[in-house]
Each structure stands twice: as C-alpha cells, then as structure tokens.
Design a protein around this ligand. Structure first.
Ligand SMILES: NC(=O)c1ccc[n+]([C@@H]2O[C@H](COP(=O)([O-])OP(=O)(O)OC[C@H]3O[C@@H](n4cnc5c(N)ncnc54)[C@H](O)[C@@H]3O)[C@@H](O)[C@H]2O)c1
Length: 443
C-alpha cells in the first residue's frame, strides 16, 4: 500500500468513524463494523467468486481491518448469492462487476484474490501486478508453463506481493513434517512418492451441449481459451478435466503435494528430466480429456520422485486417498492434510530409528495462509507461498502432463525456458490465446 493510499485510507476511515457510518455509501469505501480504529484497512476484491475464491475471501475477512469492496464474476447468480452472504454476515453489500479490468482500475483496492479457473489466472494476475495490486492467486499458478513464466517475471518487475493458494505451506503439521525429513533421522532419502486417487478424476457422465445458463457471460468465461459451445461438464467445478482450462489431477493435486516434496528436499530448480505413462484406461465413457491413470517419474539429483494418480479410485497406500511419502534408509514418513506418521525400518538386529509420535493437523493451514498474506502486506512478513514457490510446483505438474501428451521424455531447460529435446513437448509450453485476449509479455 503506498504512503498516499495509506494516508487516504486513514483519513477516510477516521471521518467515517467520526460520523458513525456503518452502512454502505454509494461511491465511497465500504465500512465494516469493528474495524475502524485499529489501524489502516486493507481493501480487497474477489475475482472468481464461486468456490475457492469465496473460501479465500471468507478467511481474509477474518483478519483485522480487511474489508471487501468488490465481487467480480461472469455469472450473475454467483454474484447475487455471494453478495447476499456478505450482507447476511452483517457486512455491507459489495460492488458487483463482471469485468475484472474494472476491479483493477479501482484505485481503492489494495489486493485482489483470483479464484477463477486455471486458464484465467494469468491475465488478471499480470494486469493486477501492473496496476500495483497485491495478489492472492489460486493454484496451480496457471494452466501452462508459458503463463507461469510471464507471471513470475511481471510480479518480480513490479515487486508485488503474490501469494499462491498452496496453503499447505502454512500448515503447522506440514512444517514439522518437513523439519523431520530435513533432520536426517530418516537416513538417506532415495524416493519421494506422491499419490492422488479421487472419484472426481474420472470426470462426469457426458451431457449434451446446451445454451449457457441465463446471466452467465460465457464468452468471458472462456476468455483466452478456444471458442466452443457451452457444455455443463466443462463449466463450474468440473472444468479441470479439460485441457483448455485445467490440468486434471496432475496439476490440481500435483502442485499441493509435489510442493511438499520440493520443500522438504530443498529443491530450487526444475527436474533433470520427466517421463509420464498413462491413459484413460477405465473411464472412456466419461466426459474426460485427462488421463484417468498417470504415473510420472521425475529425475532428480540423488533421488527419484514419482507421481501417481488414479481418477475414479478412492483408496490409496496407507489407507489414504492422497499423500506424500519420503522413503529413507531408516524409515518412511507419510503425510496428508490430516497427519504425518513415520514407519521405522528394521534390520537384522533392531529398528533403525526410534518410533515417532503421530503428528495431527490443527486444520488451520488455510486461515494461516490468509493471515500470512495480510501480514506480508501490512508488516512485510515473508510469504509462505510466494509466486516463486507456486511457479516451481506448477512447472513440475505441467511437465508431467506435457510428457504424457507428447509421449516423450522431456528435459526442460530453465535458461531458455524451452524443451530442446522434444519439438512436440516444446510446442505445448505456451497456449495460443483467443482474440481479443492477448498473451501477456514479461516486459
Ligand atoms: N487451494 C486449494 O486447496 C484449492 C481448492 C479448490 C480450488 N482451487 C483453485 O481455485 C480456482 C477456482 O476453482 P473453483 O473450484 O473455485 O472453480 P469454480 O468453477 O467453482 O469457480 C470459478 C469461478 O470463477 C468465475 N469466473 C470464470 N471466469 C471468470 C472471469 N474471467 N472473471 C471473473 N470470474 C470468472 C466462474 O464463473 C466461477 O464462479 C482454481 O484455480 C482451482 O485450482 C484451489
């Protein structure tokens, strides 16, 4: 927040508090009960308001002196429902917008939450950074490697605070799990394995194309993605199984879990090479563009990383639908969002390490993540999932998908941001944007 803006907010807040305003005033900043006298307010807007974006807003509004001025969505029914929720909570009715660019033009707004589908993360983030806003953008950082590269460059150029929605970075039990892995007690870690088995990864049963629902600006929902007739399966909530908008389980869960492995193993670069195997083996009757079955091998320095997903299956190792495990010579640490456990190895004589108590989650990772974002804006706290962290996790996830689609082992060169060993894979790095949307530039 600039000094001018801070001063402006302070004087506006004081004036409003002085005259006891607690209701919305057209054309003015919104005023919420109980937040007027304890310092400057941070004014946020939400772009993409239906599900995760809304959850983010809800937890951001729990932070002191955070107010919501605007909700933006391309669906009138989402706007109406969420505005109603805010009012029900005793907050003022927000301004409603369908065009995110109007939100970015609003000088009152300090920070935006971007809760749109993955194909709509890049442009709003880049433009928000250029407009001097701080950004909480959902994961995966974007739907392609080309987009995440530009986002990272632009955020660094304008020095914005950009938190990526990889909230596990703010989870207390994840932090202790990572510390345990890094303590060396597991011995030499030779493999990090991830798995994600969920029914939704099998897609829905097909339904015919139809008109978009009344009140939806469908062309704007598609945005830079190719034009096509509306289909309910490719819309709210289930778009992730279609390549134009998302990356399936590989990027949806991949970024969360692979991020934990990269964090624990202190990896700051891309993989040496990536090789994927899979297909849609069990769900050909479904509306699904993604492989329901995928195994990805990441060649790393001194250890292997393996990703595996099975859409339509709800069981997994250790009775967990999803998880990460670190296989060491002395023991294996297994973690998910609920807990982490260690399974000691044994030799001829005895166990190779002492037993370790199970660590349970306090279930505060998301609210902590929101508090960390506000702490970064207000006090300069270090972000737990800065854009560079989101960029790295997304790079790994997208390389997994690219290797699958190109059907080749891929070697990504971070210097040239290309895949020199495969023309087919290299062509998948950057999407073609549909006019009038223009692929943004780094400069
Ligand atoms: N961090 C997590 O644990 C977590 C969990 C779920 C989803 N997510 C991420 O959150 C994002 C949103 O997922 P979701 O499940 O909320 O999707 P969703 O389909 O439920 O909601 C997306 C909303 O964005 C709106 N939208 C689309 N284009 C828009 C535009 N140009 N301008 C404004 N609004 C637009 C849609 O109308 C919809 O209301 C995705 O990137 C997803 O990966 C993260």
């Amino acid at each position: 927040m600039s000094t001018n803006r801070r001063g402006f907010l302070k004087s506006t807040a004081t004036t409003m508090a002085g005259i006891g305003i607690t209701q919305s005033m057209p054309g003015s900043l919104l005023v919420y009960p109980g937040v007027l006298n304890a310092g400057d307010r941070i004014v946020v807007a939400l772009i993409g308001s239906r599900n995760m974006g809304w959850y983010n807003l809800t937890d951001l509004l729990q932070q002191p002196n955070v107010v919501c001025k605007t909700l933006c969505d391309v669906d009138d029914s989402v706007l109406a429902e969420k505005a109603g929720e805010l009012v029900k909570q005793g907050l003022n009715k927000p301004q409603l917008e369908k065009d995110y660019r109007k939100v970015l033009d609003d000088k009152d707004i300090d920070a935006v939450i971007i809760g749109t589908p993955d194909h709509w993360h890049c442009l709003p983030t880049v433009e928000a950074c250029a407009a001097g806003k701080h950004v909480y953008v959902e994961k995966p950082l974007a739907n392609s490697i080309g987009e995440i590269n530009v986002m990272l460059d632009v955020a660094r150029k304008y020095k914005n605070i950009v938190q990526v929605g990889q909230q596990q970075r703010s989870g207390a039990h994840w932090k202790t799990a990572i510390e345990f892995v890094q303590s060396g007690k597991l011995g030499t870690i030779r493999q990090v394995k991830y798995w994600a088995n969920f029914n939704y990864g099998a897609g829905n049963m097909p339904v015919p194309d139809s008109d978009p629902p009344v009140g939806v600006d469908y062309d704007r929902w598609l945005g830079p993605a190719p034009k096509r007739t509306f289909n309910k399966n490719r819309f709210h909530g289930s778009w992730r199984m279609f390549r134009d908008y998302g990356g399936g389980l590989m990027s949806d869960w991949g970024v969360h879990l692979i991020d934990m492995g990269l964090w624990a193993m202190n990896v700051k670069t891309g993989p040496k090479s990536v090789f994927s195997l899979g297909g849609n083996f069990a769900n050909q009757d479904r509306a699904l563009e993604m492989p329901d079955t995928l195994t990805v091998g990441y060649e790393m320095d001194g250890f292997n990383m393996i990703w595996e997903h099975n859409g339509g299956v709800q069981h997994g190792p250790y009775d967990q639908l999803y998880g990460v495990k670190f296989i060491g010579t002395n023991g294996t640490l297994v973690a998910d969002r609920a807990r982490w456990r260690v399974f000691p190895e044994w030799g001829e004589e005895d166990y190779r390490m002492e037993s370790v108590e199970e660590h349970l989650s306090d279930e505060k990772s998301h609210i902590n993540h929101c508090a960390n974002f506000i702490g970064a804006i207000r006090h300069g706290d270090t972000l737990n999932a800065d854009i560079e962290i989101g960029h790295r996790a997304a790079l790994y996830a997208h390389l997994g998908n690219i290797s699958f689609w190109a059907d080749e082992r891929v070697e990504y060169d971070e210097g040239t941001r290309s895949i020199p060993n495969s023309k087919k894979a290299d062509a998948l790095i950057t999407p073609t944007y549909r006019l009038p949307w223009i692929f943004p530039s780094s400069s």
